[in-house]
Every structure is written in structure tokens, then in C-alpha cells.
Design a protein around this ligand. Structure first.
Ligand SMILES: Nc1ncnc2c1ncn2[C@@H]1O[C@H](COP(=O)(O)OP(=O)(O)OP(=O)(O)O)[C@@H](O)[C@H]1O
Length: 326
């Protein structure tokens, strides 16, 4: 059974289609990154999964329950870190956690949860209205963990956190996943998604433009980036040997250095072998994978590339091709 499944899920606000015909499957135990620029429709999707918003068309299930008709069966088994979590300013952090425990009729130890999300005993007794943005985010995370949920839905979980806090958040997500929790993690920040997610889905203007692993997406948008090889000999003599390798598209030589554009990651090793056969030695190499930044831009740029998506296109492939985004 899939932890989350949407079929033709659509939300229209008047003329605006916030989410369009979304077909998404998140497997149990998976950390799934839901990535997209501002306004892509991530929060709207999450709101439909939690029955905070009703779809205009289509349906969704969470843990096999219909998100609209069986929402009451879903909520006890799901932890939610909402975007822009509202605190009760006068209540302490500990009281917030206690409140969440009472609401869920759970048996958690509030202090253990506070410690888990990095709020000290001193912080726990302070009014949450005095908390920094990052501390509020930690508190909201602690509340989401109440009742040991089977599915954790996190809308922009790194919002307001400093780099240390982001790392802790990522560790928390991974350890939840190792304990069997499915994590659905929305973000518009690529690095945060890359660090923790097994797979990502990229949403652009309400449409799913890709679902894959980060590596799979990199390959789909045209390969492996660049590679610089420093040779024992003058590089100009060996340029042709590298250019002949499948998966190397461009080669420039300068002094003892060859700069190669790599379209197939497997070509890197082949290039080194080709140079060895041609009679020189590779003294050093530097590889730069295609950056996540450019990957994201390629997939979301302008959104025009998504117009031709047919409704029944499988969601396991990249719909946006790099040339379409140029
Ligand atoms: N209640 C609403 N009424 C009208 N339009 C809405 C409503 N909620 C969302 N929208 C619109 O739907 C689109 C998708 O918004 P959504 O908040 O889902 O995006 P998002 O991907 O979560 O963005 P962000 O990363 O900025 O949080 C946006 O154009 C937004 O303005």
C-alpha cells in the first residue's frame, strides 16, 4: 500500500489552477521531497491531503484512507509541520507539546520530544511568544512528532532554521524514516531536499514536471557536468583521444589541462582509460556535477515546457527536457 497517492488531484481558485491533475505515489517508509518554486502548489497539495482544502477534481489517499471521506482515520496517524505555524504566545513550549499530546490522546513524554527537537529545559518553560523563528519551527516539529506518526508531512521544515538547525532537521527526518515513518517534505530549497530525500517530485505551476531520484533527474536533464583532467603531458596532444569517448561532448585543452563536458557520468572513467591508452597519465582530476540549481531552473523555468504534458503521462519520468527550457 502506498503511504500517499493522488489521482488527478486538481484545485482551482477561480481562474487559477493551483494544482493540476496531480498523479503522485509516495511509498511507505520513503522520504519524498516535494520541490517547487514559490506558488507552485505545494501547500495546496498538502492541504488537500489533510482535508484542509477540498479538491476541485480528483482524489487522494493517505495510508489507504480517502483524504476527504476518511480524514478522521488519517489524522491520528499523521504528524504535520504546517507552513507558518501559529503559536499561542503566552503558553510555554512545553505546554504546546502537552496540548498536542492531549489532542492526539498520545502517551509521549513532552521532555523527550522537546529534547529531540533541540529545545532545552530552559527554553521549554519560556513563553513561546518569546521564541525565535527557528525555535518556533523546532517546537512545531516536536508537536508534529507527537503520537509517533506513520506519515510525517512537513511544509518547508527548514524555514527559519540556521545551518546547524537545518542539519539537525535533516538528521531527524532520516532517523524518522529509519524507524519506518514516511516523510513527505516540501521545500523550495534544493539542497535541503537533496540531503534527505530518497526521491523528489518537482512541481511547477501546479503540474508535476518530474519524479525521480536526484541522480535520475541529473541524468534526465543532460548528464554529468564538467570534468577537468590534469595530465603528465601537454594536453593538446590528447584532446582527440578524449573527444572520441562516448558521453564526452566538448573538450578544450590548456597547458596540461583538459576541460571536458560530460553528458554521461560513465564517460568519466572511459576518458581516463582512453588517455592511458593514448600514452599519458592523469595526474589530477576535478569533477563538477551539474548543479542542483541549474537542474531546478531547467525543470521549472518559465513553466511553458509543461503545457504539452498529457494527462496520462507516467509520473516516473521527467516531462521537461533541457532544450525545452532554454
Ligand atoms: N485560498 C486561496 N485562494 C486563492 N488562491 C490561492 C489560495 N491558496 C493558494 N492560492 C494560489 O495557489 C497557488 C499555489 O499556492 P501554494 O501556496 O500552494 O504554493 P506553494 O508551492 O506552497 O508556494 P510557497 O513555496 O510560496 O509556499 C498560488 O498562485 C497561490 O496564490
Amino acid at each position: 500500500m502506498a503511504a500517499i497517492e493522488t489521482i488527478g488531484l486538481t484545485k482551482e481558485y477561480g481562474e487559477l489552477t493551483a494544482v493540476n491533475d496531480l498523479a503522485l505515489t509516495v511509498e511507505e517508509g520513503e522520504v519524498f521531497g516535494f520541490l517547487g518554486p514559490n506558488g507552485a502548489g505545494k501547500s495546496t497539495t498538502i492541504n488537500m491531503l489533510l482535508d484542509f482544502t477540498r479538491p476541485s477534481a480528483g482524489s487522494a489517499t493517505v495510508l489507504g484512507y480517502d483524504a476527504q471521506r476518511e480524514a478522521d482515520d488519517i489524522s491520528p496517524r499523521v504528524g504535520v509541520l504546517p507552513e507558518g505555524f501559529d503559536i499561542y504566545p503566552r503558553l510555554s513550549g512545553r505546554r504546546h507539546i502537552e496540548f498536542a499530546i492531549e489532542t492526539k490522546d498520545a502517551a509521549d513524554d513532552p521532555d523527550a520530544l522537546l529534547e529531540r527537537v533541540g529545545l532545552s529545559a530552559d527554553d521549554a518553560v519560556r513563553p513561546a511568544g518569546d521564541y525565535s523563528k527557528g525555535m518556533r519551527q523546532r517546537l512545531a516539529t516536536g508537536m508534529a512528532l507527537v503520537g509517533d506518526p506513520d506519515v510525517l508531512i512537513m511544509d518547508e521544515p527548514s524555514s527559519g532554521l540556521d545551518p546547524h538547525g537545518i542539519r539537525e532537521m535533516q538528521e531527524l527526518v532520516r532517523s524518522e524514516a529509519e524507524a519506518g515513518t514516511t516523510v513527505f517534505f516540501s521545500s523550495h530549497i534544493l539542497e535541503h531536499v537533496e540531503a534527505v530525500c530518497d526521491r523528489i517530485g518537482v512541481l511547477n505551476e501546479g503540474e508535476l514536471v518530474a519524479v525521480d531520484t536526484i541522480e535520475g533527474l541529473r541524468e534526465s536533464v543532460g548528464g554529468g557536468g564538467t570534468m577537468e583532467l590534469v595530465l603528465a603531458d601537454s594536453a593538446g596532444n590528447f584532446r582527440d583521444a578524449v573527444r572520441a569517448v562516448d558521453g564526452i561532448s566538448e573538450v578544450t585543452a590548456s597547458g596540461r589541462s583538459l576541460e571536458c563536458s560530460v553528458t554521461d557520468p560513465a564517460a568519466k572513467a572511459d576518458a581516463v582509460i582512453a588517455l592511458d591508452r593514448a600514452g599519458t597519465t592523469v595526474r589530477d582530476m576535478r569533477i563538477e556535477d551539474v548543479s542542483l540549481e541549474s537542474l531546478f531552473t531547467t525543470l521549472t523555468n518559465g513553466g511553458g515546457e509543461t503545457e504539452d504534458r498529457s494527462a496520462d503521462e507516467p509520473a516516473s519520468s521527467v516531462a521537461a527536457k533541457p532544450e525545452a527550457a532554454e
